[in-house]
Ligand binder design. Structure first.
Ligand SMILES: Cc1ncc(COP(=O)(O)O)c(C=O)c1O
Length: 350
């Protein structure tokens, strides 16, 4: 249990309880708060792997997974396999299992791609990991708050989330849910506010992975955002976003010069797409969308260089558009019109 009579009682503790319920876990003390998904993933990756261990990941990952693993590979004697994704944008669970070795300690992968929006078969991979006693760490930065996650049903051992995306919380919030029985070594030490005479950092969760003063205001914001999500419903939000997404993708795919990357399937995906426009640098398209049309997008490699390398967009990247819960059909139509106009201009110049 979290300490009583402290700030953890409200609203942060209420938040912890309901967040845990949200992810299907049942141990509130095993939900720890961190600064963002990157922070949470670093705690997990660096706290699970030791020299001589083998880790498996995929080419779909964000740098928040790739870079910690590469540092451990270069500096700490950890070996890493990067499993490529299939043509449809998902990783084959058999391909992951075929890389298992006696010293494989961890599989770490995202639940949803931030570049092409595909949702990975995490439950199937989890089942295979569980049979071998391998820890499955899932990066749910893109899915928490929009796709239901049940850590038990999906055999997820460690779940990393960020507060500021589909959980609709403030920036500077995120965390980890760590299944009972999985122990992450602490890699940060300091004040916990309790047992101050003890000379070492506490082993007990959540203190084990939390050091120093937490982002209490941010966590309070996350709590109130969660009230909104609970009221509107994650499933309803997902349906709303996917309806708009179908409109967006359908509008873009008919524009001359537009190339959609990844799959166009509407199944098993997030409302996120990547495109390029013939004759225009993605960065220029992004600037035009921003400055001339007031449309926010992300261009370049989106912190996920390996997926671009595999897609053949490693040099300049793509333009990424995504749909959020507050978007309406008119926003999508404005984006389609904007890309149509930018494409026509590029065509006229060619
Ligand atoms: C798949 C994925 N993982 C991790 C992150 C990092 O999240 P944060 O900025 O909260 O550290 C992102 C952010 O874009 C992401 O899309």
């Amino acid at each position: 249990m979290r300490a009583s009579g402290s700030i953890r009682d409200a609203p942060a503790t209420t938040c912890a309880w309901s967040r845990v319920a949200f992810f299907g876990g049942d141990k509130p003390e095993r939900l720890i708060f961190a600064a963002n998904a990157t922070d949470a993933l670093n705690l997990a990756i660096q706290g699970l792997l030791t020299p001589g261990d083998h880790a498996i990941t995929t080419t779909l990952e964000h740098n928040s997974v790739i870079r910690p693993l590469n540092h451990l590979k270069r500096d700490r004697g950890v070996t890493v396999d990067f499993v490529p994704f299939e043509a449809g944008g998902t990783v084959d669970p058999d391909e992951i299992a075929s890389r298992f070795r006696p010293n494989t300690k961890v599989v770490v992968m995202n639940h949803g791609s931030n570049v092409i929006g595909t949702i990975q078969p995490v439950a199937e991979i989890g089942r295979r990991c569980r049979e071998r006693g391998i820890v499955l760490v899932v990066d749910a930065a893109q899915t928490a708050g929009v796709i239901p996650i049940d850590v038990e049903a999906m055999s997820i051992d460690v779940l990393a989330f960020t507060g500021h995306k589909s959980l609709l919380g403030p920036t500077g919030t995120g965390g980890l849910y760590v299944r009972d029985g999985v122990e992450i070594r602490h890699t940060r030490f300091g004040g916990t506010g309790v047992h101050s005479a003890f000379p070492y950092h506490l082993d007990e969760y959540p203190y084990r992975l939390e050091a120093g003063t937490g982002n209490v205001l941010g966590i309070a914001g996350l709590y109130f955002a969660q009230q909104y999500l609970a009221k509107r419903g994650v499933d309803a939000i997902y349906r709303h976003e996917m309806e708009l997404f179908a409109r967006l993708q359908g509008g873009l795919e008919h524009i001359e010069g537009v190339k959609l990357h990844g799959t166009t399937s509407l199944e098993n995906r997030l409302p996120v797409l990547s495109f390029t426009l013939a004759g225009r640098d993605p960065a220029d398209v992004g600037s035009l969308l921003d400055v001339d049309y007031d449309i926010a997008c992300r261009t370049g490699l989106q912190c996920a260089p390996l997926i671009h390398e595999q897609m053949g967009t490693g040099e300049r990247g793509t333009v990424r558009l995504s749909v959020g819960p507050m978007n309406q059909a008119k926003d999508v139509d404005a984006a389609v019109t904007a890309v149509t106009e930018i494409a026509a201009e590029a065509h006229a110049k060619a």
